[in-house]
Design a protein around this ligand. Structure first.
Ligand code: NAD
Length: 248
């Protein structure tokens, strides 16, 4: 696999899937920019990578700001001279009945999960076009493939990511820019994602299911590493990962 020396941004890298991916890619020789809203945790992850002989920087980002996404790419180019891949993993999940009209939570999920990803793509795109190569990776969800009760706003954000990524794949092929796109559709993965739901009954049900079936974040990290390491002429565009025990 061809990961050695690649420069990779990982957002949401202070926890869960992003953190597991940052560690795995660094182990495989990538230069990793650990980016997250939580600057302290991002710094800890970056320091842990460097302590093991890896090459990492950390950066505080709120992905809901286009300007800060641009600053992250500028920072990366300043440190490493180029950018090979952006794994746009930052996200939140706040489940509720749509009839409860929690508009603030709908906004937050669209702002972070969908617009945050779009801004990350917009920030990396000029560099990728100029280089004539680059790799965009995102985490949709099985909620980006299926509609689930209590999950409307989260599903909407994840269906949006799926469509946006597939159009970029087609446009890149059409334009000959060699930009690869990978969208992950994980089922239940053992991370902090379940912590943000404010409806206590839904949250309790969610945590019970996760306790029964969820698998470690490293399983998703392995898939990301596979996609990044694939030959440049092969675009691993979509991967679905369920826990073996999970029905839906
Ligand atoms: P997590 O809560 O462990 O990690 C999410 C990270 O994103 C945190 O470090 C958090 O600080 C960061 N973050 C949140 N808002 C941010 C913002 N505005 N700017 C920058 N960083 C921000 O959860 P996770 O499960 O690792 O989630 C990663 C992605 O995977 C999310 O997009 C999530 O929707 C997706 N996903 C997770 C699962 C699962 O079961 N865990 C399943 C499908 C998809």
């Amino acid at each position: 696999m061809n990961i050695q020396g690649k420069v990779v941004i990982v957002t949401g890298a202070a926890s869960g899937i992003g953190q597991a991916t940052a560690y795995l890619l660094a182990e495989k020789g990538a230069k990793v920019i650990v980016a997250d809203l939580d600057a302290n945790r991002a710094q800890e992850v970056s320091q842990a990578i460097n302590a093991k002989g890896g090459d990492s920087q950390y950066f505080q980002i709120d992905v809901t700001s286009y300007e800060v996404n641009q600053k992250l790419v500028d920072f990366t180019i300043e440190k490493y001279g180029h950018l090979d891949a952006s794994f746009l993993c930052a996200g939140i999940m706040q489940l509720s009945r749509l009839s409860d009209i929690k508009v603030d939570e709908w906004d937050r999920q669209i702002d972070i999960n969908l617009k945050g990803v779009m801004y990350g793509i917009a920030a990396a795109m000029p560099v990728f076009k100029e280089q004539k190569h680059g790799h965009l990776l995102t985490v949709s969800s099985i909620a980006g493939l299926h509609p689930f009760i209590d999950t409307g706003a989260y599903c909407a954000s994840k269906w949006g990511v799926r469509v946006f990524m597939e159009v970029i794949r087609r446009e890149s092929a059409d334009e000959g820019t060699n930009i690869r796109t990978t969208t992950l559709y994980p089922g239940d993965i053992d991370t902090n994602l379940t912590a943000h739901t404010t409806d206590e009954a839904i949250k309790a049900g969610l945590e019970k299911v996760y306790e029964e079936v969820a698998i470690p974040a490293d399983r998703v990290a392995q898939a990301i590493a596979f996609a990044i390491g694939a030959p440049a002429d092969a675009n691993v565009s979509e991967i679905t990962i369920f826990p073996t025990k999970q029905v839906i």
